[in-house]
Ligand binder design. Sequence first.
Ligand SMILES: [Zn+2]
Length: 240
Amino acid sequence: MAVLGFWIIAILCIGAGLVLIVRGYGLKQIPKRASAYRRRYVQTVAQIELAVVKLNSLGNLVPHVRNGRVLDDYESALRMMETLLTALNRLPNFGTDRQVLGQVLPMVRRVDMKIEETYRKFKRSIEERPMLAHLLPQYQTETTPPAEGCYFCSRPFMRAYFKAASIKVEGIKLKVYGCHICIAELKATKKIKVLYFMEKGRPVHWSLCEGYKPMEQYWDLNRRKPSYQTPAIELIPEEV
Ligand SMILES: [Zn+2]
């Protein structure tokens, strides 16, 4: 009887130990899952921002489209965006369950497809009148993401959101593109952090680092150990 009691206690102890190990493993996973969630969330917001820019640029073309049915398509794209933004508002900014975000992604894809389809119809309608042909390249310029990112922080975004600036870095004159946030910071504080990566012990500007593509890796920066430097940068005022 005593032997049986010993085994029961031993099995219970092992069981409890296993539960603790599994639980400890689960807790360790939480920060990882939380950062994966956050990354995905920020990416989703960026994707939606891009769709909003496209819709706004399409809005500029609306007065030049005469076909009522084509305009109905634009209306329904707007309604879809409204539904998407409501769904986005319901998403928690921080969390651990990426499946929650998964519900929004098909909506983002559908809105994107609807915008593309509406643009194609707008294009056809506008091309019928050559006087207005110049409007189409403008839409492309406003909505095509730049190959690179902000000179300072490397944030990838649409050209419409970027500002050209002339700067002097350590005495050398450069014309660069920066996001509004960085340019405003440079104007206000006269100094700014710039993203570099350490290569062979030397800081190298992100644009010169082979294999770093802001479009794919900006949101994953923490994995690459970024090194932010504050070089002597002077903003050259624009000539009027
Ligand atoms: Zn920036």
